[in-house]
Design a protein around this ligand. Sequence first.
Ligand SMILES: Cc1ncc(COP(=O)(O)O)c(C=O)c1O
Length: 381
Amino acid sequence: MSLFAFGDDDLAGLAARHGTPAFVYSAAVARAGLQRLRAALPDRVRLAYAVKANPHPELLRLFADLGASFDCASEGELRRVADLAPGRVFFAGPGKRTAELALALEQGVRVQAEGWEDLERLDALARAPVAVNLRVHPAAGVAESNRIIGGVGPSAFGVDEEALPEVLPRAAALAHVRVRGLHVFAASNERDAAKLLATHRMVLDLGRRLTQEHGLTLEQIDLGGGLGVPYAPDEAPLDAGALGRGLGDLLREHAWFQGELILEPGRFLAAPCGVYLARVVRTKESRGARFAILEGGVNHLLRPLLTGQAFPVRAVGRDGSTASTTLAGPLCTSLDRLGTVDLPDLRPGDLLAFGTAGAYGFTEGMTHFLSHPVPPEVWVA
Ligand SMILES: Cc1ncc(COP(=O)(O)O)c(C=O)c1O
């Protein structure tokens, strides 16, 4: 599986036509990725693309046309998908403003309540019965411990599992709001299907317990996102087939649950279709280290700074022997580094391609910092 959505000739052509730095997205790769995942999953698993990964309008339109639902986390995201997929939208997020909750109600969006305050405010806004999902912060089994989800410690997300005996009876007494689903998001960039399934099993067990102990009727169990992608050639891709088979087994084991499971992958569906292109502005040696200074850096690809993980990179149309090179961006800070990697001897004007850059790229960047030009996003249909 290539980490780059385009071959070198195409990338050189796109860079020449649209200028650099730029993000380029392949519709073909995005389409194939969604279709492959859909085919691997049981019918009773709904796919809701997490818009935050990449909200490019053409990508959203493509996924909507292929039948996807959408996971949104802001008014802006809700508005982006409102006309594309009416009735197929979820609204999550730990800090929903009251105006956003009102918009979600108006649009018939299924809200993932993050706590008692969301339930209470929704109830005050609603004029008719409204079904919501309740996000739970589990006490154990979270398959991610550091940066994105935050492990099992204190969390801004969801209702702590141990607080449910207090929150659920209060929720049951509300006039309009009905808890009809659970939402647990407990993994991030996980490529091991077995680990994802272990978390999903924990969520279904929790659902069974809450059904038995609190008389909940669960129409939906939302398992969140977190399906991982490789960022390096030696990383194995997630086995979507194994994930699908495992979810099928879980549905059979949990026959008490006749509703639908929801998966909200963002990265898995968007990352592979994107490449970030930037040219080398200058090179330098400094005290034994080789630097290439590029047109763009963490202002466009913030992820290496946030997570310490680099994007895969190659020098387009260049091969030959390689040497360790530190890739610096144009910002006036030593934080602006896209990684230290083995690359051929670079020259000013050389084109670098960063693969797997379709998710958490353009809109996660700091495109206004230092007033550099905002890179175009090119959709290759
Ligand atoms: C509620 C929710 N769902 C889905 C996702 C998508 O996660 P990923 O891109 O890891 O699949 C996120 C990411 O933050 C999220 O907050």
